[in-house]
Design a protein around this ligand. Structure first.
Ligand SMILES: Nc1ncnc2c1ncn2[C@@H]1O[C@H](COP(=O)(O)OP(=O)(O)OP(=O)(O)O)[C@@H](O)[C@H]1O
Length: 512
């Protein structure tokens, strides 16, 4: 792969210009200024991190750099050429590609069709018969082990990202934006992605990497730019900025992150019980009791069955056998019955299962509690607005107003709406799936703080997460491997123990 890329990169002559530069970009959405006079230069062949709190303007900068949004002021250039005209999509595609959190791959088409989709627009007629073969050769060239005939919708997140990267490189793109690529990958897939990024960097590909995981920034990036409140704050080599300095630049405060305080859980009969819960190809014979106020973490690799298990408890999936009960009463399957039984859910995919994009922040946040917002179930709008405004304040949701469409929120702020909504019902059991994905370091603390206060009020918490920082809040952590609980770690575990158990290479601490 390196050779292919080096050849295509066109030799190693020192470039007089940065590979990409944004100069004094301002972008407004109605009354919101998403970017204010932001300038960033990305040097050729470097991996450049873009970090900032939720709503800082990162995605907006990505839209401007990819030509999806036109800046109100300022210019973008690639090397020594100005950016193509807004309507010249092929021109933009030759300069830049973005692997988004939401895939741009069309699920109903095959991998091969996806790979060659844009080339149709480029003028050449496609011979669909030979397509699969050419796609196979292309994937092989970029070291992507995916069947070109597979339906794109059947690929996992990692495979989709690889196909998107291969598609971009094969179009001649040498600048790739990775927008939170690790948010939905497990630890081993992240390592594989980083390995691939290093190979690409060595071959001269320029990358812009967006992540809320500062550890990743240090691991894989050369340079870091911080945005705060729509403004540029700093651009420095990562080796020149400490973790604390980075957090301070992002938040504007020079205080460290707080330690997780230990908590005690009163002895009481379980609020949530799972008995012999089994779902074919996902998990087998799961037994679990969670007491009121107890926070139980579940982690494991992508194939461990952890997400399916949480989705079953939350009513999104139906188990083949076994029972879920809340307060000793069996819960039927389906979200309405789970809600009725007192189970609140923060689903994995806020876009699909979480939010109604065209409804307002207030409508989304109060969806399950309409009956409490007015007489006889008729919502009194003023009441709804005031409840939503309280949520916006409590969860630090950055939005223009409670009436703004939820689609206008940044990713992390949208996630806060999903959590606020799940907590609005005062659930007896709260099921969370990767609740802090896409949430910035500081907001993570307030979000997990809100989960902890719910637990302090007696809510039993089942939190599926790949984040050690999330799991640290839990009273115990179950590790799943191939559909079974293979280890239970009590408070005081160290990172290496979790990582080893996730990989299935340790039985240390196992007590389940
Ligand atoms: N289409 C839009 N309409 C209205 N406001 C928008 C739109 N897109 C973004 N914004 C606003 O612009 C600001 C910057 O949002 P942006 O999505 O760029 O933030 P971000 O740094 O990517 O955040 P996150 O880390 O949460 O993804 C936010 O206040 C957001 O609500």
């Amino acid at each position: 792969m390196t050779d292919v890329l080096t050849d295509a990169a066109g030799g190693g002559a020192a470039a007089p210009h940065p590979a990409v530069s944004a100069h004094e970009i301002t972008k407004r959405f109605g009354a919101t200024t998403a970017l204010s006079e932001v300038s960033v230069a990305i040097q050729a062949g470097t991996t450049h991190a873009l970090v900032g709190r939720n709503g800082a303007g990162k995605s907006t900068l990505v839209s401007v750099l990819t030509g999806l949004h036109r800046a109100d002021e300022g210019t973008v250039s690639f090397g020594d050429s100005p950016a193509p005209a807004p309507s010249d999509r092929d021109g933009w595609r030759r300069h830049v590609a973005c692997v988004y959190q939401r895939s741009t791959i069309i699920p109903a088409l095959s991998v091969a069709e996806n790979l060659f989709l844009n080339r149709q627009a480029a003028g050449g007629l496609i011979k669909w018969g030979g397509l699969r073969k050419r796609a196979g050769a292309l994937l092989e060239e970029y070291g992507v082990d995916v069947d070109p005939g597979a339906l794109a919708g059947d690929l996992n997140v990692e495979q989709r990202q690889l196909v998107e990267i291969a598609r971009a490189l094969s179009l001649g793109t040498r600048f790739i934006i990775l927008d939170e690529p690790t948010a939905r990958l497990d630890a081993t897939a992240i390592e594989r992605l980083f390995g691939r990024m290093r190979t690409l960097a060595a071959a001269g590909v320029t990358m812009l990497f967006i992540s809320h995981h500062l550890r990743e920034v240090y691991e894989v990036c050369d340079t870091v730019t911080v945005l705060r409140d729509a403004r540029w704050v700093l651009t420095e080599p990562v080796s020149a900025v400490s973790h604390d300095a980075l957090v301070a630049a992002m938040t504007g405060e020079a205080v460290g992150l707080t330690e997780v305080a230990p908590r005690s859980v009163p002895d009481a009969p379980p609020v949530l019980s799972l008995r012999s819960l089994t779902l074919a190809d996902a998990y087998t014979e799961i037994d679990l009791d969670i007491r009121p106020g107890e926070m139980v973490g579940v982690t494991g690799s992508g194939s461990s069955g952890k997400v399916s298990l949480a989705e079953t408890v939350g009513g999104l999936r139906r188990a083949d056998s076994g029972t879920v009960s809340v307060g000793g009463a069996a819960v039927g399957s389906g979200v309405p019955l789970a809600l009725k039984a007192g189970i609140g859910l923060v689903p994995e995919d806020r876009h699909r299962e979480g939010l109604v994009p065209l409804l307002s922040v207030a409508e989304n946040a109060t969806l399950p509690i309409g009956d409490r917002l007015g007489p006889a179930g008729v919502v009194v709008p003023r009441r709804r607005t005031s409840v939503a405004e309280e949520m916006i304040r409590r969860y630090d949701i950055r939005t223009e107003s409670a009436a703004a469409p939820v689609a206008s929120l940044s990713g992390g702020n949208a996630q806060k709406v999903v959590l606020a909504r799940a907590l609005s019902t005062d659930p007896r059991v709260l099921v969370l799936i990767n609740p802090t994905a896409g949430v910035d370091v500081r907001s993570k603390e307030s979000l997990l703080g809100a989960v902890r206060s719910a637990a302090d009020q007696g809510t039993g918490v089942l939190m599926v997460s790949d984040e050690l920082d999330d799991l640290r809040h839990c009273d115990r952590v179950l590790v799943m491997f191939h559909g079974r609980v293979t280890a239970t770690l009590s408070r005081g575990w160290d990172d290496a123990q979790v990582v080893a158990a996730v990989e299935g290479v340790s039985s240390e601490g196992a007590s389940s």
